[in-house]
Design a binder for this molecule. Sequence first.
Ligand SMILES: C[S@@+](CC[C@H](N)C(=O)[O-])C[C@H]1O[C@@H](n2cnc3c(N)ncnc32)[C@H](O)[C@@H]1O
Length: 239
Amino acid sequence: MTPDPSFFTLHRDLPREGPGRPEDVHWALYAAAVPEEARIADLACGPGADTRTLAKARPGARIEAVDRVPHFVAEARAAVAPYGARVTVREGDMAEVTGPYDFIWCAGGIYFLGVTEGLLLWRKALAPGGRVAFSEPCLPPRASAAAHAFWAEEYPAITGIEGIRRRVAAAGCRVLGERMVLGAAFRDYYDPMARRIAALRPGADAALGGVLDAAETEIERWQAAPDDIAYALLVVAPE
Ligand SMILES: C[S@@+](CC[C@H](N)C(=O)[O-])C[C@H]1O[C@@H](n2cnc3c(N)ncnc32)[C@H](O)[C@@H]1O
């Protein structure tokens, strides 16, 4: 699947495609008690920043990363090349994985399926005792009215943490751990994108200009009120 060319002009070759840091991966591996020789999936892996962290953190694991965008698959393959044949990256649909996996990691991707829908699919791909960690946009308890209005338009399914817990329960899963992804994780995502926007702005056509404007608005909103938006990272298991 090839994304809209203007969107992709902005998004290709960035270090990552959503907020998150290596310590979030480490926390999830610990919270999910992922064994050393686990079978791990990184679904919607994007350019593979977290695939690399998983590979480093679990040197005995077999890791399969999946993304539907060929260019991201190529970027992720390059990122994990040093880890050899135990780490593979393939082009595919994360809705169709069969596993079995001991641990499914999905940073900033489950919203393409819906939290409940994604978990219902993925639980079938889990080995007995397997766990899923995913991150999902989340309105913090004290998010402003302006943040509610902005995100309701950008992502109508957005809720606070209670709403995410309800979507997890609707998939017959229980929450083993929760962590808010905030601050530096957003900076790591937005700073390279802001530099890319500045570089692309001169000479951008109308379509690209629209993509740059939308991304800039999102970044400016975060810079002005960084506590108005978070990603919730949850480790869950089938009941
Ligand atoms: C917000 S990005 C997150 C990427 C990466 N996890 C990261 O944090 O850098 C979402 C990713 O989901 C991928 N994606 C969306 N729908 C997908 C699907 N059905 N199957 C596989 N990948 C998908 C996109 O290509 C994109 O790379």
